[in-house]
Design a protein around this ligand. Structure first.
Ligand SMILES: C[S@@+](CC[C@H](N)C(=O)[O-])C[C@H]1O[C@@H](n2cnc3c(N)ncnc32)[C@H](O)[C@@H]1O
Length: 219
């Protein structure tokens, strides 16, 4: 929650701002941001079931919350339609990071901002500089595009998160099975055991929030 509140502050999200949440899942974060700020948040996700859940849950807030099924790789919103765009642990799924960032930035009004949370592991980027805030694959692409951005380091809290996550998921094993969701249990365990925990142990796990200032002029 601290990192979400930081995100709201860094992006300066205010009442009646228009925010796009790329890869919103079931929309809990979009709803939180809208509840906290009064902003109009559009959540986009390619999972129809997630969009259905988000729509059902937020029906009484339709004046400031909407959810659409769509692909981050084929964004169809008009240029300059949002004050802020957020991508929270979703940028991993773009087909081409340079192209994706260019099309995302086009959606933002001049003076608006983009917030990107990523966890960087050797699996994602094994280059020696990838541990540095300005050395990750996302930072390199932002730099290449000449975009002005700040990087905020959330590694310390993230290192505490994954062992705790694994413990909680294991405690809930029977519930996952009872719900027929063992596949989700397996996916959490795989992430923990094969990705995040070994990367943390090797001192290579990083978590960054990039705050990007949309340019005044787009080429
Ligand atoms: C790790 S979850 C993050 C969800 C949410 N942003 C959060 O922080 O809790 C990744 C989300 O991205 C969505 N996603 C993956 N590829 C996508 C794509 N090409 N277009 C839109 N959404 C996508 C998934 O369906 C999933 O809901």
């Amino acid at each position: 929650m601290d990192s979400l509140n930081d995100l709201i502050a860094y992006l300066e999200i205010e009442q009646d701002d228009k925010v796009l949440d790329l890869g919103c899942g079931a929309g809990g974060i979009a709803e939180y941001i809208s509840d906290e700020t009064g902003a109009h948040v559009t959540g986009l996700d390619n999972a129809a079931s997630a969009i259905d859940v988000a729509m059902d849950r937020s029906g009484n807030k339709r004046d400031r919350l909407t959810f659409v099924q769509g692909d981050m790789n084929a964004l169809e919103f008009p240029e300059h339609s949002f004050d802020q765009v957020i991508s929270l642990d979703t940028i991993y799924w773009v087909a081409d990071i340079d192209e994706a960032l260019a099309s995302i930035v086009r959606l933002i009004k001049p003076g608006g901002r983009l917030g990107i949370f990523i966890a960087n592991t050797p699996q994602m980027d094994d280059s020696p500089s990838a541990c540095e805030p300005r050395g990750t694959w996302v930072a390199k692409s932002l730099t290449k595009m000449g975009l002005d951005f700040d990087a905020h380091d959330y590694t310390e809290s993230f290192l505490l998160f994954w062992p705790k996550m694994k413990e909680v998921v294991m405690d809930l094993y029977d519930d996952f099975v009872a719900e027929g969701n063992e596949v989700i249990f397996d996916s959490f365990m795989l992430d923990a055991d094969e990705d995040y925990l070994p990367a943390a142990e090797a001192g290579k796990l990083r978590r960054y929030l990039y705050i990007v200032n949309a340019p005044d002029d787009l080429e």
